[in-house]
Design a binder for this molecule. Structure first.
Ligand code: SF4
Length: 235
């Protein structure tokens, strides 16, 4: 059984769109949003997956059997899946059989993770791309919660892992450089993305951040879904 985010309509948050962020931005894909998270980022735009002071668990979360989820995913007839959250690896034991079954059907499976939980081998075998987003001080999480060396180093050793940092201000760049050095992260798989839940915020921060990426040799990512649709669920 997996805890899946529930849309206001009552349906599970499984939808078709284009990947909005990171190295595969623009790719048509099915999204599966899982509930619960082990961090609490101040600027999180999916607080309904974990903030039970502000949201009602029973309204926002639906338990679903893996077989029901797989059927809904297959109904889209699009063999590319992004598993997001929340933090999907909190449920990796239950998630692995679904990811493995989809891989056998020829799916390309991406997982979005905050990089604090090392992936189990069953998940490593099934997942084609890891979008690891380690959180910086700007997230408001204590360092010992957001920076877990064993987990970061496990992802570092996977060629399929990209490291996407959410940047708020110029001082964040120094923090990213420090993390790269400390954990020996591959700079050619580092992506910097502006924080923001509106097109204006993304574009304002994006302009100077793109220049900082060019200066430092990092990839830049915008947030396509925010530019196109704003902060809407199911997009
Ligand atoms: S790790 Fe992701 S889902 Fe969890 S609080 Fe931070 S932004 Fe939100």
């Amino acid at each position: 059984m997996l805890r899946v985010s529930r849309m206001p309509s009552g349906e599970p948050e499984i939808f078709r769109s284009v990947q909005g962020e990171g190295v595969s931005a623009g790719t048509p894909t099915v999204f599966l949003r899982l509930a619960t998270c082990n961090l609490a980022c101040s600027w999180c735009d999916t607080k309904y997956t974990w903030d039970w002071d502000s949201y009602d668990f029973d309204q926002q979360v639906m338990p679903m059997q893996e077989s029901d989820l797989e059927k809904r995913i297959l109904d889209f007839d699009l063999p590319h899946l992004v598993i997001t959250g929340g933090e999907p690896l909190m449920q990796q034991k239950a998630l692995a059989p679904l990811a493995q079954s989809l891989k056998q059907r020829g799916f390309f499976c991406e997982v979005e993770t905050n990089g604090t939980l090392a992936p189990q081998q069953e998940m490593v075998d099934a997942v084609s791309q890891w979008n690891v987003s380690p959180k910086l001080d700007n997230s408001g999480n204590d360092q010992d919660r957001r920076e877990v060396p064993e987990a970061l180093q496990a992802f570092r050793d996977l060629d399929s892992a990209y490291f996407k940092f959410v940047v708020v201000g110029p001082s964040d760049i120094d923090e990213v450089l420090g993390l790269i050095e400390k954990h020996d992260l591959p700079a050619d798989r580092v992506i910097l993305m502006p924080e923001g839940a509106t097109a204006a915020a993304i574009n304002d921060r994006g302009r100077w951040l793109a220049e900082a990426c060019a200066e430092n040799g990092f990839r830049f990512s915008t947030r396509l879904h925010i530019l196109l649709w704003g902060d809407q669920r199911g997009r």
